[in-house]
Ligand binder design. Sequence first.
Ligand SMILES: C[S@@+](CC[C@H](N)C(=O)[O-])C[C@H]1O[C@@H](n2cnc3c(N)ncnc32)[C@H](O)[C@@H]1O
Length: 150
Amino acid sequence: MQLEKEYEQEGQGSFIYFFKYRDKSCCIDATNDIFHEGRMINDAENGDAKQNCVMKIVEVNQTPHLCTFADRDIAIGEELRYDYGVPTLPWRKIYGQPGTRTNNINTHGRNLRTARNQDKQPPCTRKKSMRRKEYFKYQENITSSQQSME
Ligand SMILES: C[S@@+](CC[C@H](N)C(=O)[O-])C[C@H]1O[C@@H](n2cnc3c(N)ncnc32)[C@H](O)[C@@H]1O
């Protein structure tokens, strides 16, 4: 929680996923993760037409993994969204969609400033941080190595 506040103060946005696993409270901090695209998935409340994924904890070799599953057909170019499970998220108030449900698995995002910025710009077109530039470079490398294998 302390770390989350620090990130918030630094304007990093929120990439911490809280969940319960075998009766323990756990969290995965993807703030400095540049490789896993799951960290880019946005929030939409269950029942909202924009919600198209669910996040599940899948145990593999006694280690919990966060896995995202589509829960309906998703069109090409459609933004992925699952229910973060927190009724009080600031953007839900901004958009006049006060949360009424919770799946009780995480508490992403309390960054009102970021949420307001995102209201103005699509999620992936915000000013790129160094981490994100590195990520795109990584993606380019993968694509070019795939092409050279073909
Ligand atoms: C796990 S990140 C998702 C990726 C983020 N959209 C990005 O581009 O870096 C969580 C942050 O995304 C933003 N966010 C997620 N869902 C949102 C929504 N429905 N409306 C506005 N902002 C949202 C909030 O700033 C939140 O702290």
